[in-house]
Structure formats: structure tokens, C-alpha cells
Design a protein around this ligand. Sequence first.
Ligand code: ADP
Length: 450
Amino acid sequence: MFDKILIANRGEIALRVLRACQELGIPTVAVHSTADADAMHVRLADESVCIGPPPAKDSYLNVPALLAACEITGADAVHPGYGFLSENARFAEILAEHNIQFIGPKAEHIRQMGDKIEAKRTAKALGIPCVPGSEGGVSSDAEAIGIARAIGFPVLVKAAAGGGGRGMKVAQREEDLAMALATARAEAKAAFGDDAVYLEKYLTRPRHIEIQVLGDGRGNAIHLGERDCSLQRRHQKVWEESPSPALNVAARFEIGEVVARAMRELKYLGLGTVEFLYEDGQFYFIEMNTRIQVEHPVTEMITGLDLVLEQIRVAAGGELPLTQHDVEFRGHAIECRVNAENAKTFVPSPGTIRSYHPPGGLGVRVDSAVYQGYTIPPYYDSMVGKLIVHGKTRTECLMRLKRALDEFVVDGIDTTLPLFQRLVRTQDIIDGNYHIHWLEHFLANGGMEP
Ligand code: ADP
């Protein structure tokens, strides 16, 4: 096992990793920017190192500073959390060159899945069903028109280096395609420094269903069921649940096994999520994330497994502690991402939290790094925390979520809590009857009006 783990992240995920390390008895090092000197992850870690000024590129993305922090503290492993350097293959390699273990997949798999064109090619070769689209990137408008005609409009132009919903443009008709290509390219170039784009059929009413996997890098891999993340705004997940209201047991095991088999063949190491769109009973691969995800607690609640702890164990060379047969799915879990944003306008609301009271009780979990008097800095994402609720059935889970939301107090800033209070009382949500465009329609049609 590792002697000391440096957590190259901040906020709730830094705390989440810290908790797993503490339960494993491994000392921790927090790193922070000058803007985060008062942050909870700094207070709770055994040691902390300031790695630079507020902008992420000078601190949380600052590889030389992170290496120096490992050196000074004697950390022999780095947990990257999500975001920042978590899907940076070069970072994993640099750490390896310094005899420091990156807690994540092998660099080759991070690289392979980081390029979405390459990822789709790999998925297809592994027998995973994909969204119809271009075989690789599209280089000219003429080529794109040919492909779009073959797959049929509407089509989606996507960035090969895409992430966070950026560099994605829909073309409803042939006339829109040139514009969609140009904007997607420009956006991808600006956001990722890479303007390669590809085409996919635009699905009009799919659900987003993803499969959680865990592998030991030696050919053992299992799936931990699915998460339904169809409630999205601007391609960003807002609410996640498991099991999906749209799948039955047979469908879950069928797709789960397809994915687990692929991961065994890849000799995949660590946690990963294979994301699909699901429409008319068919799964279509869209991408794979090679890291812990924001919504992982939903899976933890229904399997009783600590995903971060398992991730650390396999990174240290441990074998998978369980077989597919040992994984049991119990009850239903829902996660709400509570952001520091106005619940109607979604305008960010950084500022100081005047009073804070998280809900509690049976089946209620709040993963957050805020506290009363804490000032949310304007430099990073706007998450206040995640509320995760577990119940024996989906109905019990919804009732518990409703009361937990009503108990949750965050004063001094705007949060998206009122959005969830409204959603949990909306018939389509109660019925589990929604798809990836549902939330945008709901908001556009005055769903948040009195
Ligand atoms: P990112 O890496 O930017 O998050 P993804 O490929 O994971 O991009 O897609 C994010 C979201 O965009 C999906 O959950 C879905 O809502 C939407 N999306 C992606 N591909 C398609 C598609 N072919 N048709 C319709 N919506 C899509």
C-alpha cells in the first residue's frame, strides 16, 4: 500500500478522497491555491502545501509545483479527483518517471479514451454499440455533408477533444451544417487547442445511461450497474439516479456484461465510466471517462462499496476483491448537484455562506466542502455540494429526497436547491419519465415560474 497520498484537487472531491485515505490509514497531503488557504480539505489533511495563485493553470494544473509538493512531503501516490489533471495521460507518465503512482488508469487508456474519435473506434472494436456517425474525424464540409446525408439529419458536430459539453453543435438541416462545423471547430480550438471534429446522428429523445466499471489492470473487471444522468442543462448533469427508471434487470446485466467484458480485454485499471445514450431499447456509446465521477455516490449507495477505496487498492497493485457475482444492488439512490447559482437564471452566485444546515437522517448523505462562514471563491466550479439519498424503493427515495431538500439550509448565496424542490414535485420526474432534453424544455416552458 502507499505510504502517503497527495490529493491534487479541491472541494468536495478532495474531502471524499481524504475520507477514503483516512479509513485505509494512509496519511494525506492537501494542495491548495492561495484562494483556498481556508478550505476544508486543507484543514482536514495531515499536511498541506500551497502550490500557487488562484487561477487553476497556475495551481491545480501546475505540474512542477505538484511534483515539488510530492518531493517535499514524501508522497508516493497522487489522487487526481475529477477535472483538473485527472484525465491527463502526460501527467500520469511524468509521475511514473518520478516513481510516484498516479491513482487512475494506465496512461495509454487515458490517452485512448481522451480522444473521442479514438475512443469510439476502440469501443467499436471491443463490440460496444456506437451512435451512427463518421468513421473518424471530418476534414472538409463536403465530406461532412456526404456523411450527414447518409446518416440523416439532425446531426451533431462534436469535438474530438471535447468535454463538459463544449464544442458540440446541432445541425437540424443541411443548410445549418457549415455553420455548425465552423462554430464547433472554433469552440474546440479555443477550449482544447484542437479543432478536430466528428459527426454523430443527433438523437432526439434518448436517456443518458452510463455503466460504472472497476478493473485491476490484469484482466479482471466488473461492472457496478448503471446511473441514469438524463436530467441535464447545457449537456451538464444535474440529477443522477440508479437504477435507471428505464431499465429492467435483464437489460442492466446485458449491457453491464458487454462493458465488463470489454474492460477485461483492455486490461483496464481502476475506475471508469462508459457512457451511452439509450433510445428505443438500444444503447449507443458516446464516450468513456477514465476517472472517478461526480455522481459516483449513487453507485456507492446501492452497492455498499467505497469506490475511492477500491480505486486506491487496485492502483497499489491489489487484485479485485470481488467478482461480478458478489456485487449486490439494493434499493434506489438519487443525487442532486447543488450549485451556487440562481435556480431560475443559473447566474453564478459566489459569496459567503451565512448559515448552513445540511440535512441528515437515515439514507441521507451530503458530500460537500463548505461550512458556515465559508466564502465560495469565484475561480473554480460553482458546486456547493451533492445531496445523495437512498431508499428501499424509488418512491421511498423520492419522499426522502423531498424532506431532505426542505431541511437543507444554505443562506447568503443563491443555490439551485429550489430547482430540485420543484423537480421532486413534478409528475414526469415522479414517474421517471424524462430524457436528455426534458429539463431544458421544462425550464423553457416556465417550469420554474410560480
Ligand atoms: P462531454 O464530454 O462534453 O460531456 P458527451 O459526449 O459525454 O460530451 O455528451 C454530453 C451530453 O451531450 C450527453 O449526455 C447528451 O446529453 C448530449 N449528446 C451527446 N451526443 C449526443 C447525440 N449523438 N445525440 C443527442 N445528444 C447527444
